[in-house]
Design a protein around this ligand. Structure first.
Ligand SMILES: [Zn+2]
Length: 271
């Protein structure tokens, strides 16, 4: 594996805000704004739901989201190189582990995330698999074998960008924490678990806040579970999720704020 570069670049101010009942702090630090943006961006794959963009390069102003399964450095843990996901940690119901189908699995997770975002009407969103350091101003989801360094039970972490003002927000899916639950799932259930977790974090980076169960109950559609619930059960993660509740978290341009961090609560497992 090639060596990783620590992210460097624009520095955001430090803020401390209470979000979702947790005291969270936006960490200061840089972001990946190095060279190679145009070259890397040109390789971005458009989603099936993405209409033609108006500019000559076909990039438009879409949010570009990179799913980085190799871990790497993130602005949220600038001094730690996150280890890549250990696929052997996830058992399949019919035997074996996700390591037996790693590449197919990654593509299926990506496709499911795309489906979730498309159905939410987020047409100008592009999602691809890659390494964060190869890109410039993109939203990145780091998938790692690590567990949270500061809390014991969260499976995900994201910058909540209420007005989607920034397009280089960071999210992390903690594979090590998921593995701790000892889940045995079908291949399709594992696709949903990883895709739902990542799409939820991506939702925060695009401006979606948490939805209460009471609020979600009035907007349930078919067999889908609301993606932006504040805390899912494992059973809910196994199934299909969608953004079901309309949100307007940025009523006017004057309300644009710095992103803050959201910490995801653990599933309700009675422990
Ligand atoms: Zn959340």
């Amino acid at each position: 594996m090639k060596s990783k570069k620590r992210p460097a670049g624009r520095v955001r101010p430090i803020r401390a805000l209470v979000v979702c009942g947790s005291l969270v702090t936006l960490l200061a630090g840089g972001c990946g704004a190095g060279g190679g943006l145009v070259e890397a961006a040109a390789r971005l794959r458009l989603n099936d739901c993405t209409p033609a963009f108006p500019d000559a390069e076909g990039l438009g102003t879409a949010d570009r989201i990179v799913l980085d399964f190799t871990g790497g450095f993130s602005r949220l843990h600038p001094d730690v190189e996150l280890p890549p996901v250990a696929w052997t940690a996830f058992a399949l119901a019919d035997g074996g582990t996700l390591a037996d189908a790693e590449q197919d699995f990654i593509e299926d997770v990506r496709d499911t995330i795309v489906q979730i975002l498309c159905e939410a009407g987020l047409y100008e969103v592009q999602v691809r698999v890659g390494e964060a350091e190869d890109f410039g101003e993109v939203n990145v989801v780091h998938f790692t074998a690590d567990v949270p360094t500061d809390r014991s039970h969260q499976m995900g972490l994201a910058e909540y960008d209420p007005c989607n003002h920034y397009h280089d927000n960071i999210a992390i899916v903690y594979g090590g924490q998921i593995a701790r639950y000892g889940i045995v799932g079908t291949y399709g259930e594992w696709v949903n678990i990883f895709a739902n977790l990542a799409a939820h974090e991506i939702g925060h980076t695009l401006g979606y806040s948490h939805v209460s169960r009471a609020e979600a109950a009035s907007s349930t559609r078919g067999s889908f579970t609301e993606l932006m619930l504040d805390g899912h059960t494992i059973d809910e993660l196994r199934g299909e999720q969608r953004i079901l509740t309309a949100q307007s978290t940025c009523p006017s341009a004057s309300d644009i704020t710095e992103p803050v961090l959201t910490h995801e609560s653990m599933p309700d497992l009675g422990r």
